[in-house]
Design a protein around this ligand. Structure first.
Ligand code: IMP
Ligand code: MG
Length: 178
């Protein structure tokens, strides 16, 4: 799909494949967490569409939704390495199980910092669910409980993922090429 003179989008994972994989992963989460009081926490902004689709597949009676805002990129495709928290939890998390929902675990630095902060809270436990695991690029060891897709190369956009705030609304996952 040509978008501008410089940028081209190549579809890697289409909407049907995403939907099917989400059903599988939601099934795993349901079997592990259905008896818990769970707070599903969306890491904004990249996970927003993944989160919206995933939580509607969860069969957990005591489920609340909350949001954390995290920003590690400037306007480009390279992480600034500086992680800024732009929004924090608003629910009372005491005794609850946190299901952290992230778009991409790349170097692992963002999740390493965030998981360390969450570990200081009086929660029952934390599970990490990511749409994409770029495992080959890891710098910090991260335990991922639920991972939908492993993709190691390329800069990805669509299904919530952006490049300088563009392309989040696309229904599939695309590689951005020049
Ligand atoms: P980290 O390197 O694991 O800290 O990744 C930080 C964040 O960078 C991820 O949560 C994503 O939001 C973003 N990111 C990493 N790779 C990509 C990509 O290919 N496209 C869009 N965002 C990305
Ligand atoms: Mg992210």
């Amino acid at each position: 799909m040509p978008n501008s003179q410089e940028e081209r989008l190549v579809e890697l994972i289409g909407p049907e494949r995403i939907a099917q994989r989400l059903r599988e992963v939601a099934g795993q989460i349901n079997s592990h967490l259905s008896g818990q009081r769970v707070i599903a926490v969306c890491v904004l902004k990249g996970a927003v569409i993944f989160f919206a689709d995933l939580v509607r597949l969860l069969q957990i009676k005591e489920l609340q939704l909350d949001f954390i805002g995290l920003s590690s990129y400037g306007a480009g495709q390279v992480s600034s390495g500086q992680i800024t928290i732009t929004r924090w939890l608003s629910c009372d998390v005491t005794g609850a199980w946190i299901l952290l929902v992230e778009d991409i675990v790349d170097s692992g630095r963002s999740m390493s910092e965030l998981l360390a902060k969450l570990a200081q809270l009086p929660v029952a436990g934390v599970s990490l669910c990511t749409l994409i695991d770029k495992q080959g690029r890891r710098e910090c060891a991260i335990n991922i409980d639920y991972s939908c897709f492993q993709l190691n190369s390329g800069f990805l956009v669509g299904y919530g993922l952006d490049c300088a705030e563009k392309y989040r609304q696309l229904p599939g996952i695309y590689e951005l090429t020049h």
